[in-house]
Design a protein around this ligand. Structure first.
Ligand SMILES: *Cc1c(COP(=O)(O)O)cnc(C)c1O
Length: 401
């Protein structure tokens, strides 16, 4: 997308505004599937918690994607967007047993990540196939070290507990049809990913009737200049080779699955907000925008660095700014950032606003959530209307006792 397109969209739809570039989502999807084109059965399950707006789900569905979901409501949204149950996988953590049963009853593949539910589910529903989520205890160290023993993670069944899993399977006669891992956003480099994959292969050997191996995600995309990025093409080459060899060894064709969120939608997103005030203090210049962590919380929540551009004055001389929001709490988007000279009324654009931005938005400070626009074929399509005051009152019951 070009700067002038974003400026025009802010004028057409108002601000603050989320914009998603459909072509970028498509090209990322194709990059991933091309990297693994030698795998006969490849499944990409978009991790919809990154951005769950139904028009985006539809776009991914039309590309051939499946869905990775973490709540029954996400499953329902996916079905609403037109995904069939067989294209959805449910990978929750910490949800109730009843919720897992309800999702399984919809015909969606479930993924269980604790021994207690595995035993209970296998006893009650021995004929429903179940995938297990393992914890391979791998994470990337501060540099390129592989450190083993991510023992504190609440996710997955420890690989040291596989003997107990096998005992449960034997006792209940349940069918384990997939092995899953999601090492999270800790995994920065391919060697670490491949190392974790070996652990998954080792685990898989112990189950005889698998249909798929799910390698989760954790693919990195660049957030700032010179940022690290997962080399998907290289990962594709190396993991494909290893996967095909494993299939031979295993003696049965398997589906290779991934569940990327960020990789598919992060770079496609732009968040546009107007500068309300430029405030010079004794130590810095603040640019205060018409938004806050109610709309985009990643910088405050995770310390994420979103590139910020002044699209109203892209050629202006760069100066240092601290970009802050309007929430009555500290809500700093960026500290001492070089941005083209800002005037009150200018529109700032936050890059990488596709993943974990709108989907984490709230109504804090009784503010309204922004509108969302999908950009396709040189045109902006409204996919979510800006909230109105009535939305704030919806479901409230005013009693005057
Ligand atoms: C969040 C999540 C993903 C997606 O992670 P990204 O870093 O956005 O790619 C995939 N799988 C599971 C189980 C998740 O919870």
């Amino acid at each position: 997308m070009q700067t002038k397109d974003l400026v025009a969209l802010a004028e057409e739809f108002g601000n603050p505004l989320y914009v998603y570039d459909a072509e970028k989502i498509e090209s990322q999807y194709k990059r991933l599937t091309n990297a693994f084109s030698k795998v006969e059965k490849l499944r990409v399950n978009y991790a919809m918690k990154a951005l769950s707006t139904v028009s985006v789900l539809k776009l991914l569905k039309n590309l051939g994607s499946g869905l990775d979901t973490v709540s029954i409501q996400e499953v329902q949204l996916g079905l609403h967007a037109g995904f069939t149950p067989d294209k959805i996988i449910f990978t929750p953590n910490g949800v109730s047993f009843e919720e897992i049963e309800a999702v399984a009853a919809l015909g969606v593949q479930i993924n269980i990540d604790n021994l207690s539910f595995l035993e209970h589910f296998g006893t009650k529903h021995p004929t429903i196939p179940v995938c297990i989520r393992i914890n391979p205890h791998v994470m990337a160290g501060g540099n390129e070290n592989i450190s083993v023993g991510h023992i504190d993670s609440k996710f997955g069944i420890s690989i040291y507990q596989i003997p107990h899993v096998l005992r449960i399977v034997e006792n209940t006669k349940m069918h384990i049809n997939g092995i899953h891992m999601h090492t999270g956003s800790d995994i920065l480099d391919i060697e670490v990913f491949l190392y974790a994959a070996e652990i998954l292969f080792d685990t898989a050997k112990q189950f005889k009737n698998l249909d798929f191996l799910d390698f989760g995600s954790g693919f990195k995309v660049p957030y700032k200049k010179d940022d690290i990025e997962t080399n998907i093409e290289e990962l594709g080459k190396k993991l494909t080779k290893r996967f095909l060899a494993f299939e031979k060894e295993y003696g049965r064709e398997l589906t290779l699955a991934f569940e990327p969120g960020k990789f598919l939608v992060s770079e496609a997103g732009y968040f546009l907000a107007k500068v309300n005030v430029v405030k010079q203090t004794t130590s810095t210049v603040f640019a205060g925008i018409d938004s806050g962590f109610n709309h985009l919380i990643r910088p405050m929540f995770y310390g994420s660095q979103h590139t910020i551009e002044n699209i109203s004055n892209p050629k202006g001389k760069e100066r240092f700014y601290t970009v802050v929001g309007y929430i009555c709490e500290t809500d700093t988007f960026a500290n001492n950032r070089r941005i083209a000279e800002i005037h009150e009324g200018d529109i700032l654009c936050f890059r990488n606003a596709g993943a974990y931005c709108f989907s984490m938005a709230s109504n804090y400070n009784s503010r309204l959530k922004p509108a969302e626009v999908l950009w396709k074929n040189g045109k902006g399509h409204l996919i979510r209307a800006r909230e109105t005051f009535e939305d704030l009152l919806q479901n409230q019951i005013m009693v005057d006792l």
